[in-house]
Design a protein around this ligand. Structure first.
Ligand SMILES: C[S@@+](CC[C@H](N)C(=O)[O-])C[C@H]1O[C@@H](n2cnc3c(N)ncnc32)[C@H](O)[C@@H]1O
Length: 248
């Protein structure tokens, strides 16, 4: 198994993968509340939701009085974010672009990157470009909060394959360890039409040690780690790795 370096170009389409599934949308208000509790921002503060996707968290941040910018590569997800904002009667600034090329300098009080929207590149230097761009986009002393699947958990609970029943489709996830990460092949089988789609993606694994090193290289000093959105303490066994860091 291997994957194209720029695999994200064809992967993030609702016909294959929808980050705003009903279950994910239901969790978003509590996740956003946890994030805002840690960021302690004043009303009107500027927040960048980096890789905002269909905007399920971005609208929650905007509802709580922040000036929210959502940035994502997928035009389809950004259209959905705009529609979600309209429906919820909140303002969102939305901008399309690649996370390795963030256009801002010193504009945001905080940047968030949620739901494993990181570690997608075959070259670590591309992940670092993303983190450096986030640091550059922050005001001095600004905060960065990142939420990814915990690399240490994946390494110790490695399963070569899993099946999921996701309502209208089944998903077969197959994995193969690669240097620094995992190649994943997803097979989506539509229950009604029987249509089968396969796509491969790469995910660099970040445990606490790797995340700490990467953030520091980008000029972001880790302040605190959690293992989940209920504020669980982080351990090697946590499913998630959530880190709050400060522009140093
Ligand atoms: C797992 S989804 C999470 C979306 C959103 N944060 C959420 O929680 O619903 C990952 C997101 O990263 C975006 N993405 C993938 N590669 C990207 C890139 N190179 N630059 C910017 N966004 C990218 C995808 O379009 C997708 O919206």
């Amino acid at each position: 198994m291997s994957g194209a370096a720029e695999w994200h170009n064809g992967f993030f389409k609702n016909s294959f993968y929808n980050p705003a599934s009903p279950a994910a949308v239901e969790k978003a208000p509590a996740e956003a509340a946890f994030v805002l509790k840690q960021l302690k921002l004043e009303k009107g503060s500027a927040l960048l939701d980096l890789c905002c996707g269909p905007g399920r968290h971005a609208v929650e941040f905007a509802r709580r009085g922040l000036a929210v910018t959502g940035y994502d590569f997928s035009a389809e997800y950004l259209r959905e974010a705009a529609a979600r904002a309209k429906k919820r009667r909140v303002a969102l600034q939305l901008r399309r672009g690649d996370m390795r090329r963030l256009p801002w300098r010193g504009e945001f009080d905080a940047v968030v990157n949620l739901f494993t929207s990181f570690g997608y590149f075959l070259k670590f230097s591309d992940d670092l470009k993303t983190l450096k761009g986030a640091a550059r986009a922050l005001k001095p002393g600004g905060l960065f909060l990142i939420d990814v699947i915990n690399g240490d958990f994946i390494r110790t609970n490695y399963a070569p394959r899993d099946w999921h029943d996701l309502g209208d489709h089944y998903l077969l996830e197959e994995r193969e360890a690669a240097r620094g990460g995992i190649y994943n092949e997803w097979t989506r089988i539509d229950k009604k039409s029987g249509r089968i789609q396969k796509k491969t993606f790469f995910n660099r694994l970040y445990g606490r040690a790797e995340m700490t090193a990467a953030l520091r290289k980008a000029g972001l000093a880790p302040l605190k780690f959690w293992g989940g959105f209920k504020g669980e303490p982080h351990s090697e066994e946590s499913v998630r790795l959530i880190c709050l860091a400060k522009k140093s």
